[in-house]
Write a protein of this length. Structure first.
Length: 105
């Protein structure tokens, strides 16, 4: 009898067309609105809209904000550290995707 190997994958699907207010993204990430505003000032998040009351965050922003919240709480990174860590994570993802494309062709 051949042993069966099972792999579990967990994920969250968020449509990119979702537009959340600062209050909604604050609740979803459990980060205070002031923290969200700091991330926007630092360039961690880029909402549409001209003021915090008008800001709308996409599904991609939600994922990025959740990662920022984890980095802030779990690793105790300051805002600049969070921005740098997210930039490095984005670069790793870009390079992995590039390697996958090169290996496919």
């Amino acid at each position: 009898m051949t042993p069966i190997q099972t792999t579990w994958i967990e994920g969250i699907v968020v449509e990119t067309e979702v537009h959340m207010s600062i209050i909604e993204i604050s609740q979803a990430t459990r980060a205070p609105e002031e923290q969200i505003m700091s991330w926007v000032r630092e360039g961690v998040l880029s909402p549409a809209g001209s003021s915090p009351q008008d800001w709308r965050f996409s599904g991609d922003s939600l994922k990025r904000a959740k990662t920022a919240a984890h980095l802030t709480h779990d690793l105790e990174l300051n805002i600049s550290g969070v921005a740098l860590a997210l930039d490095l994570l984005d670069e790793i993802t870009r390079l992995r995707n590039q390697l996958l494309r090169e290996n496919i062709t």
